[in-house]
Ligand binder design. Structure first.
Ligand SMILES: C[S@@+](CC[C@H](N)C(=O)[O-])C[C@H]1O[C@@H](n2cnc3c(N)ncnc32)[C@H](O)[C@@H]1O
Length: 261
């Protein structure tokens, strides 16, 4: 089995058009000059932030994803992006920073509770006193159809140049561990509708945390939860108050002054 981060072009195919969260980060980071992005991936958020003149430390533990990001960096924004191959659980930046973001479902990639704790401790250690962290979590409501067997379901068709990609998934949720396991397959068709390629057995796993769990992790590591928002695609303004129907959750927390590191 491969991970989706081993095939960055498929990652971009799925998520390159996603823009709403970029506006959230640029708005929430207004006035900040430097940020570490944990799990920067192929730069979907890194690049727009750099274009706004924010220095971004793009931290990721996938060479493939970071190489894709490298391809996208133009001379104009080069000075604003520092690429680091490292683990967000242990990474220690050379200096403390005013802001850290953990976008999309990156924090949910940590399946182990002790790694989650260590990661938030690490966030606290990398932040300046009064610095802020913004974490976005995926919630159970984001998974609309859970599978009872191993059948793949056609989830999306994506046009890419002359090719059509069918995106098939099988999603299971373990109620004991709160881990979502999604098996993904991409089938590629040419203009004449011939199947010309297939990427199968791609696995994606996320640990689903509640607002309460995340708040406790933050508070235990000297970070005060200050703002909470949710994304509910069924309402007119998807981004807004957090409620039980939300599919994503944004939490902004501030490092307390008295934390020792
Ligand atoms: C959902 S993607 C987010 C990418 C990008 N920030 C975005 O919003 O499109 C999660 C990223 O986190 C990275 N990642 C997962 N676990 C990590 C870890 N322990 N340390 C650093 N990066 C990690 C993956 O390689 C992947 O690129």
């Amino acid at each position: 089995m491969k991970n989706i981060t081993d095939v960055p072009k498929l990652y971009d195919l799925l998520y390159d058009n996603l823009e709403e969260d970029i506006m959230v980060y640029t708005e929430m980071l207004k006035g900040r000059t430097k940020v570490i992005e944990y799990g920067a991936g192929t730069g979907r958020i890194t690049i727009p932030l750099a274009q706004k003149g924010i220095k971004v430390v793009a931290l990721d533990n996938s060479d493939a994803m970071l190489n894709k990001l490298r391809e996208k960096i133009t001379d104009k924004i080069e000075e604003y992006i520092e690429i680091v191959n490292g683990d967000m659980v242990t990474y220690k930046h050379i200096e403390k920073v005013p802001a850290i973001i953990i976008p999309f479902s990156t924090f949910n990639y940590l399946l182990d509770k002790s790694e989650q704790f260590e990661c938030i401790k690490n966030v606290s250690n990398n932040l300046l006193p009064d610095g802020e962290v913004i974490i976005e979590l995926i919630l159970k409501k984001a998974f609309h159809s859970l599978a009872k067997d191993d059948k793949l379901v056609l989830t999306q068709t994506i046009k890419n140049g002359d090719f059509l990609y069918e995106y098939w998934t099988n999603t299971k949720y373990n109620d004991t561990t709160n881990v979502v396991t999604q098996v993904r397959e991409f089938r590629v068709f040419d203009k004449e509708n011939n199947l010309i390629d297939k990427y199968d057995n791609i696995i994606w796993q996320n640990n689903i945390l509640s607002l309460d769990e995340m708040s406790k992790l933050l508070e235990a590591n000297g970070l005060n939860v200050e703002e909470v928002y949710g994304v509910n695609p069924n309402r007119e303004d998807a981004f807004g108050n957090y409620d039980s129907e939300c599919e994503y959750l944004f939490i902004k927390a501030r490092r307390k002054n008295e934390v020792n590191s």
